[in-house]
Write a protein that binds this ligand. Structure first.
Ligand SMILES: CC(C)(COP(=O)(O)OP(=O)(O)OC[C@H]1O[C@@H](n2cnc3c(N)ncnc32)[C@H](O)[C@@H]1OP(=O)(O)O)[C@@H](O)C(=O)NCCC(=O)NCCS
Length: 164
């Protein structure tokens, strides 16, 4: 992967739609980031979807996000389905950039509300989501295979857009 400089704002990080050539790197990041990683084929299915974005620097993939919008009788629901940054690139603002670009895309696409699931003890992700305006609406015990609970978080997109 591309190396990071000490520049914490990462002005040269590019967020763009994922391409087939990114999939191996995306899958490696997924495997490094999660106990129950998605299979490679899951990412193949999202190729071409506008909510599948990668963060790159100097040609290397540093992170990715997968999101989509589901029609829901005039109150469409956005869903952040997956978000991860390579362990060596975490803490440099890339996760927030990816999340914000995904939220903007879903807002433009008409999402009225966006939801996601996060492990109850994933402090870094929870902190990121709360700081973007998400709040907990539900806790689902034993949601994950290892028995950990999931928190269901949502954000009203109008509110998010006003504060962005
Ligand atoms: C969650 C994740 C995507 C954040 O990406 P990142 O690039 O490291 O995060 P950023 O540098 O953009 O930081 C954004 C915010 O996340 C939170 N955060 C990041 N690292 C943190 C840590 N080690 N401890 C607590 N909060 C942390 C902070 O709120 C931070 O905001 P701040 O810099 O203003 O304090 C990344 O840690 C990751 O890939 N984790 C493994 C996969 C995962 O858990 N994905 C989420 C699934 S729901």
């Amino acid at each position: 992967m591309a190396s990071l400089s000490e520049d914490s704002n990462n002005p040269s990080v590019t967020i763009r739609p994922a391409e087939r050539a990114d999939l191996l790197a995306v899958h490696r990041i997924e495997q490094a980031a999660f106990k129950q990683p998605w299979p490679y084929t899951a990412f193949e299915r999202f190729l071409g979807e506008q909510g599948f974005l990668v963060a790159t620097r100097n040609g290397g993939v540093l992170g990715f996000v997968v999101s989509d919008v589901t029609p829901n009788h005039g109150r469409d629901i956005g869903h952040v389905k997956d978000l991860a940054v390579h362990p060596d690139a975490q803490g440099y603002g890339i996760g927030r950039q990816l999340l914000q670009r995904a939220l903007l895309g879903m807002y433009v696409d008409g999402a009225a509300i966006t939801k996601l699931e996060v492990r109850a003890n994933n402090e870094a992700a929870k902190s990121l989501y709360y700081s973007e305006g998400f709040s907990q609406i539900r806790r689902v015990p034993r949601y994950y295979q290892d028995g950990e609970a999931a928190l269901i978080l949502t954000v009203e997109m109008d509110q998010w857009a006003r504060s962005a």
